[in-house]
Design a protein around this ligand. Structure first.
Ligand SMILES: [Zn+2]
Length: 422
């Protein structure tokens, strides 16, 4: 039976959230956490954006060094040949790409404004897929932007052309969150049956249905006999009302009455990492987790009313669908309430030593300690937040890569994806 895989897009769509963003070090730690959780792929950024280059190349080095073990790192570009060429030039080690182009009449007419029609869209997409494969891509996903508002006949023609050109998957983008679970099921089933290509579900939450639409679409793909790939973000971050929340999607597949035991996630998911991952993303974005967030909200396992509290105490299954321990909740967290020595952009060696001693990280000699202190100072300049233990450990373990990740040198020229094709 076909399976459902997870492609997390926090580091691409999540960082497109208006008014918010992530430092490259934070994006890196997210890739590491997603890998530890068992997520299949991370859409880790934009090979065409100058300030992403060092971070992208450095993260590919982390794969080589074994810091990222299983997760695939994939870059997002427009489905045009010049972007493919530039992607391999900027990020020579890139192996996985998603190429994006608009497919709805609304967008073709009103973004391209007569410059390109449906035939041109297919031609550009085909050329870019062929080129990406020729240049060494191991997987190429093709994104149909605004697929949910694309006329079905054209969507099939586009998808078939992508398959013939050598695409590994089609990304069905519900760019405006326009679908509902019933409609997306019908459309994906029809598309998957006729084109027979694995399908990615990329759903937005404008009508509050991103998670429901994602799993309905995935079910349709699996029912039609092809693998499904759900695009998620941590805590549902993303443009406007956000994307499908990673944990909610996993819980829906693992725990809901219609999915549990019937539909399978590809790869082994370590749910125990959920709590930490959600906390970290919340900290990095500076966006609190709503108290009623599935799984990780502070009220997700709280009971107050008499009947519920009594019932939960007698047997947790009375009012809890699954155990909070499964998500890594319930462990004691140590919070310092007395003196705190922290490290930051103006730290000296003594305070720095104290912090790393507590983490039980040792340095070979004075020079090494000085080098790591310098990086820690820059890391704090870079994130503008107190550094967390895992960030400090990462810097000490991979100093050269940390340096590369934090190196941002403004450049003029180059090639930016600010033209209205994607
Ligand atoms: Zn999106």
């Amino acid at each position: 039976m076909a399976k459902i895989y997870l492609i997390d897009v926090t580091n691409r769509d999540g960082v497109q959230t208006a008014k918010l963003g992530l430092a490259k070090l934070e994006k890196t730690l997210l890739n590491i956490y997603l890998d530890k959780m068992g997520v299949f792929q991370s859409e880790f950024g934009f090979p065409l954006t100058n300030h992403e280059r060092a971070y992208l190349n450095a993260n590919l080095r982390l794969v080589k060094e074994g810091a990222l073990k299983k997760i695939r790192l994939e870059g997002w570009i427009r489905a045009v040949s010049e972007d493919v060429e530039a992607a391999f030039k900027n990020v020579p080690g890139i192996e996985h790409l998603n190429l994006s182009i608009s497919t709805s009449k609304q967008m073709i007419d009103n973004k391209f404004q007569g410059k390109y029609g449906e035939k041109d869209v297919i031609e550009m997409m085909k050329k870019s897929v062929i080129l990406a494969n020729k240049m060494g891509a191991k997987s190429v996903g093709v994104n149909a932007e605004d697929a949910s508002r694309t006329e079905m006949g054209f969507l099939k023609e586009f998808s078939l052309a992508a398959k013939k050109a050598g695409a590994s998957r089609i990304r069905y983008c519900d760019t405006l969150g326009y679908d509902d679970p019933f409609k997306i099921y019908e459309r994906i089933y029809e598309l998957a049956k006729e084109v027979s290509i694995p399908i990615e579900l990329h759903c937005h939450n404008d009508l509050g249905m991103a998670v429901a639409n994602s799993i309905a679409g995935a079910k349709a793909a699996v029912d039609a006999g092809v693998d499904a790939y759900i695009n998620t973000t941590v805590n549902g971050m993303g443009e406007r009302a956000g994307n499908a929340d990673l944990l909610s999607v996993i819980l829906a597949i693992k725990k809901s009455s219609g999915f549990a035991g019937k539909y399978c996630l590809g790869g082994k998911i370590n749910l125990k990492r959920s709590w930490k991952l959600a906390q970290y993303a919340s900290y990095c974005f500076g966006v609190p987790i709503p108290i009623n967030q599935p799984g990780v909200g502070s009220n997700a396992f709280a009971h107050e009313s008499g009947i519920h509290a009594d019932g939960a105490l007698k047997d947790r299954r009375n009012y809890e669908l699954y155990d909070y321990e499964e998500l890594g909740r319930g462990e004691q967290e140590f919070i310092e309430t007395g003196r705190q020595i922290v490290v930051g952009e103006y730290s000296g060696i003594k305070g720095f030593r104290n912090v790393y001693d507590k983490l039980e990280v040792k340095f070979r000699d004075k020079d090494e300690a000085r080098k790591i202190l310098e990086l820690v100072r820059y890391a704090n300049v870079h994130t503008q937040k107190p550094l967390i233990s895992d960030e400090l450990r990462f810097i000490a373990k991979y100093p050269d890569i940390a340096k590369e990740i934090m190196t941002v040198t403004p450049q003029w020229g180059g090639h930016e994806n600010d033209q209205p094709i994607g």
